[in-house]
Design a protein around this ligand. Sequence first.
Ligand SMILES: Cc1cc2nc3c(=O)[nH]c(=O)nc-3n(C[C@H](O)[C@H](O)[C@H](O)COP(=O)(O)OP(=O)(O)OC[C@H]3O[C@@H](n4cnc5c(N)ncnc54)[C@H](O)[C@@H]3O)c2cc1C
Length: 425
Amino acid sequence: MKKKVTTHESGTDKAKIAIIGGGFAGVSAARVFDNQYSVTLIDKDSHFEWSPNIHELLSDVKTVDNLTLSYESLLSCSQHRFWQDEVSEVNPQTNTIKYQSGLSEDYDAIIICIGHKTEYYGVDGAKEHTIPFKRLDDVVALKQRLETILSENTAKATDTTISVVGGGFTGLEVLGELHRKYQSRPDVNLRLIEQQPALFNARYRDVGNSITELCATNGIDLYLNSTIEVVKEGEIRLNNNEVLKSDITIWTAGTSSQRLADSGMFISSSTGISTNEFLQARCSSGQSFEQVFIAGDLANTQSKQAKQAYHALNMGEMAARNCISSLENRSLERYQPQVELSLLSFGSLNTYALTPYGCASSPLLAAAKESVFQLQMANIGRGLPINDQVSSILQRNLASITKLALPQLRFFTPKNLLDKSNLFF
Ligand SMILES: Cc1cc2nc3c(=O)[nH]c(=O)nc-3n(C[C@H](O)[C@H](O)[C@H](O)COP(=O)(O)OP(=O)(O)OC[C@H]3O[C@@H](n4cnc5c(N)ncnc54)[C@H](O)[C@@H]3O)c2cc1C
């Protein structure tokens, strides 16, 4: 659906671009626009956060500072504006945004990338009695709760049981990090609850089997084929009526798309907003909105790629390029997701690389995962003033050497490397 754009073409005013959501997709989109455009990056938080490594806060391998960059600083070298508010409504026909604060604004083009939120699937008591694991604030709250419960239970000479619900990527990375942190404490019991009969689907079954074996040899209780019916304070009831004591239950069982009021004009579902091949939002009438783009986890593209940060980065950039082309009446690029490659760290026990062509495991892959974090964080931080760029790169690298690489060295014996390095086809 075409929307008339006047401001950019007049040559006197700049076209106004709104980028809603400053996650991976939003910050990579913002970088594409130069100062010919009047760009506003809107987020309800004050800082960008690197969510793929938030589990490392649990074991103190990372700090909040290592994983965040303030939006004000990120945009300080451009003329882009940062606006901290929660968007409550988008009207894709008039390109109007309404904020939670009551303000509203019009834009010539909008890129929406507000991501996903934790989904509880209506499980009784799950929202009230579990801790989600999606945003950095969730992990900070979880750490505080863990410290309180552990000191109370230590005083009472009672064991502490921590349950992780959901055996997907997030659940396994959380479990691995809890093991890294508490492996020397016999009073801390770790448990994973997964409703499927095995970890991962057939494509990655060997990785699932390898992790299942590591759980068995490291005293981690694995409850497969187990569906949770009810969660209460301190306990979980399974569908076979078994009741499990759980001092802390961490919910990583799934996510669904963030919602904005849009008068039903977008085609949306629990996984996101449908886009055409150019990442333009599809309209419920069957057409697409020319100046409304969707990127990141929120985008339900025709290629149905996984909800991953590297896809979000690529989509953000492409949505911005297509947005410029659309405003300048040039032809748009088709979105093609890159080949999927995921790196899964299971604490200090092992690291896995998963691709559609095969998988590998090796403790050495931890260095590859850390390099992705270091390089991409430095890349995102390119918008910072040079002194801040240098100091944040140094701070992150120092933390990586002292808290990750050096402690990990003791596991790098030739036997351990040989035992744990494998290729799975
Ligand atoms: C624990 C964990 C581990 C992960 N590991 C990996 C990994 O190893 N590799 C990988 O590729 N991916 C990983 N992911 C997935 C990756 O983090 C997501 O795919 C990525 O964050 C999606 O980016 P995005 O920009 O679409 O959304 P997000 O990063 O979720 O950003 C959305 C932004 O929108 C803002 N927002 C939301 N609603 C509103 C609103 N109404 N108004 C204003 N602002 C709003 C939020 O504050 C947020 O800043 C992991 C995720 C988690 C949670």
